[in-house]
Design a protein. Sequence first.
Length: 238
Amino acid sequence: MLKSLKKIYLATPGIPPIWRAVRKGLQDDPVCRAFYQKVFESGKLRLPWVDPEAISPAAGGVFLPALYPLYAGEDAPLADILFLMNAAKGRGAKRILEVGTYRARTTYAFFLNCPNARITSYDIQRIDSGYRTKLEKEDRVSLRLRSFQESEDELKKEEPYDFIFIDGSHRVNDVVLDSLLALKILAVGGLIVWHDYRTNGYATELLCVPEGLSRLPQGYLLHGVRGTTCAVFEKKRP
């Protein structure tokens, strides 16, 4: 039955675009999104919650980079950047790793706020921006245009990182694999921050950070951070 319906769907030119338009309308409608979250996403965010002040001392002030365009769809929201920079600066991060460079706005924010840190950022695609242009001239920043997961051997030979920000692919399997590698190269006393720990508001395979984190081996005590869409793990000292 399902195969027959699929054949009809694919064989009728008008159905796919109509269905996409209807689906997009449902996704954008606030009532439909609220209903979906209430019915299908209840209990999705299962991690215990922690306040930002439990993660790091107050930094006293942070720089928020601003180059046009000020807002791009996949940039981290300002509230999340504020938390990230306060955590990195407040903890005195010296070796920062980012998974998912995108326009390099967050990378540039790390650069401004942690002047004594060496920063490494991975992405499989290059997106030109003013932030990237500035960072490519800096010796303490390495923008690596290659797969984070496929760089495991290289990363294991390097000094561990004390601050890791994961904001790459949000598919379940990629979240799991990125996380497992990050856990291997995290320094004792270091912190991992995952972005987009949140509900979707509609069904998609492209935004599954909570699902990915739920599949990590038991024994890692992760927390969601109140007021943000971030989750964290701290590798406690013995």
